[in-house]
Design a protein around this ligand. Structure first.
Ligand SMILES: C[S@@+](CC[C@H](N)C(=O)[O-])C[C@H]1O[C@@H](n2cnc3c(N)ncnc32)[C@H](O)[C@@H]1O
Length: 362
């Protein structure tokens, strides 16, 4: 069976690594295989995975926002009117439709051979037809060709069919997850809050270990801390923020988490922590006009980086997300030369390009 994981743009490879680890530890006879990572530019990465077993373990992944089973694929879809007929034919006749529907049915528990469905169409490229024309071609193919009796609705269908056309390639999938996977249940968000999948990716890059003393010095609503707690055992979690509303939201979000957790209202330029007392730091630095006064950022980055370098133990790791790597590098050069830069991952945050930067404390 071919599955598709949808995640934040730039996180495809990391999401595959998590899926590979989770699926390989399950009962399936053969190892999962990465079929490809497709970018829906500016919007999502789609990770295509061939996997023999059922989809359940995929729904527990933290770096994916949605899980789909692939029902049909189409190639060399023409950018003119012929393209719509090709899409109809590809979706109507695909041999993967029946097993994909069966996987969805088993998961949803719906027994009837049909029901209501909705189509979500996305297009990227120079097609001369509209997104809604693609949606209509897919809907016609489902109604006229898929096993069972299917009635198209605008919202809240039993079945969600997602059709993604990137240039000449079509991917038609059935959604297996619901909104709770992306939103992590009742997590409280603030305007600058990270998407949980991105926070989970940053946590994964810290290499979580059970003895970790873990810190987020500018934790906002605590999204990174929540993901660290979900990633496995830890010794201590420390989080703080200058803003008291953020600290309240952080406390609310961490309420159900077990273990030693210390949350404070603090200034990350003067952390109440001993030198070399922390193993891992992950931080989403403020950037862009939306969340900060840009004129203050150079001094803030410098002071915060110096504090992080002070509290991290030698060999400790920092994973920092910023939209301004030049500023971060400048701050490191001036105030934290003992943080050795490692790999970087480009991502999109709140619609803006950003980079996850890794460092090791010398
Ligand atoms: C980009 S947001 C972090 C969002 C967080 N990762 C989340 O998902 O909710 C940056 C945070 O830094 C905080 N901040 C700004 N200056 C600070 C300072 N000097 N000390 C501590 N926190 C600060 C802001 O209040 C804001 O909550």
């Amino acid at each position: 069976m071919l599955y598709a994981l949808q995640t934040v743009p730039g996180l495809g490879t990391l999401a595959w690594r998590e899926a590979e680890q989770v699926l390989s530890s399950g009962p399936a006879q053969t190892a999962p295989r990465l079929v490809g990572i497709k970018a829906v530019p500016g919007r999502n990465d789609l990770v295509l995975i061939a996997h023999q077993g059922g989809p359940k373990p995929l729904l527990s992944l933290r770096l994916a926002e949605d899980v789909f089973v692939v029902a049909a694929r189409g190639y060399r879809i023409a950018p003119d009117e012929r393209g719509l007929r090709q899409i109809y034919a590809a979706v109507r006749a695909a041999e993967d439709v029946a097993p994909a529907l069966e996987a969805w049915r088993r998961l949803s528990g719906l027994r009837k051979p049909g029901g209501t469905f909705r189509v979500i169409a996305r297009t990227v490229g120079r097609q001369r037809y509209l997104r809604r024309d693609v949606g209509r071609a897919v809907a016609d193919a489902v109604r006229e060709g898929w096993p069972g009796t299917w009635r198209l609705v605008e919202d809240d269908g039993d079945l969600e069919v997602w059709a993604t056309l990137v240039e000449q390639e079509l991917l038609c999938t059935i959604r297996l997850s619901d909104a709770s996977m992306r939103q992590r249940g009742k997590l409280r968000h603030l305007p600058a809050s990270l998407r949980p999948a991105l926070a989970a990716a940053m946590v994964a890059l810290t290499d979580p270990a059970p003895e970790d003393v873990f810190l987020d010095p500018m934790a906002g609503a605590g999204t990174i801390l929540v993901e660290r707690a979900a990633a496995g055992p830890f010794a201590e979690l420390h989080g703080g923020d200058l803003n008291s509303e953020a600290v309240n939201a952080m406390r609310e979000n961490l309420r159900g988490v077990k273990g030693r957790i210390v949350t404070s209202r603090w200034d990350a330029r003067r952390l109440p922590l001993e030198d070399s007392s922390v193993d891992k730091v992950a931080v989403n630095l403020p950037f862009g006009k939306q969340v900060s006064n840009e004129a203050e950022l150079p001094d803030l980055y410098q002071a915060v980086l110096a504090e992080i370098a002070r509290v991290l133990r030698p060999g400790g790791r920092l994973v920092a997300l910023t939209g301004d790597t030049r500023l971060l590098e400048q701050a490191r050069n001036r105030a934290a030369r003992n943080l050795r830069p490692g790999p970087r991952q480009r991502v999109i945050v709140l619609g803006q390009p950003a980079v996850i930067c890794e460092y090791t404390r010398l």
